[in-house]
Design a protein around this ligand. Structure first.
Ligand code: SAH
Length: 213
């Protein structure tokens, strides 16, 4: 079984990541080092490396592998950042980020989901992640500012709390749009100046909260 997973993982990296233009070797290596099947519920393990999102309970999903890699690339990481992630979900994206950057601060509104993700991440020996269960659309003020912020669910507009908690030289990647369809926004702060660039269309579950849906 583990053997099969290794083969499927290599194929996923080759076809879904490299094949679609993911070039950053740190991202590729993070995927190599992270057993995605441990982050999906037992019943879906045989599809863990498939080119699609999968249910993880509570109506939520683990994002498609390519999307995780693509969003990580959009974050333009140097490696020394502190990253705030809104929506831990399965914890897979959290683990990928943690392998690349200094520290990850991950927020999830569903305590059961986060507890599951946290235990998988810790079982892999990853110890540079801070966890909190609260409405992440208001960010996580205590450890702000963050050099990077990643939203793993959609919002109607970029939450002002996230802009406030972003470093003066920082970058936010978050899906913005309607509940059904969004565009991946890249929001850059340079001093007091904020610029928005709208990227590809996508479809994420909503972030539900005071500055979300
Ligand atoms: N990257 C994750 C995707 C999880 S889906 C993965 O690949 O597994 C988005 C997650 O955001 C869900 O787990 C959902 O419960 C969570 N979420 C929704 N609204 C939230 C909020 N206001 N604050 C924090 N998390 C939220």
């Amino acid at each position: 079984m583990e053997n099969n997973f290794a083969v499927e993982k290599s194929r996923m990296i080759k076809e879904q990541l490299r094949g679609r233009g993911i070039k950053d070797e740190r991202i590729i290596q993070a995927f190599r080092d992270t057993p995605r099947h441990l982050f999906v519920p037992q019943g879906y393990r045989n599809r863990a490396y498939a080119d699609r999102p999968l249910p993880i309970g509570d109506g939520q999903t683990i994002s498609q592998p390519y999307i995780v890699a693509f969003m990580t690339e959009l974050l333009e990481l140097a490696g020394d950042e502190r990253v705030l992630e809104i929506g831990t979900g399965s914890g897979f994206q959290t683990a990928i980020l943690a392998r690349i950057v200094d520290e990850v601060f991950t927020v999830e509104r569903n305590g059961d989901l986060q507890a599951r993700g946290e235990s998988v991440i810790k079982s892999l020996g990853i110890d540079n992640v801070h966890y909190s269960v609260h409405d992440g659309t208001v960010g996580w003020k205590r450890y702000a500012p963050y050099e990077r912020i990643l939203g793993t669910g959609g919002v109607p507009e970029v939450p002002s709390s996230l802009l406030d908690q972003l470093d003066e030289d920082g970058l936010i990647v978050i899906p913005v749009g309607s509940k059904r369809q969004q565009r991946l926004y890249k929001v850059k702060k340079r001093g007091q100046k904020v610029t928005y660039s709208k990227g590809v269309y996508c479809s994420f579950v909503p972030l539900v909260g005071s500055e979300g849906w």
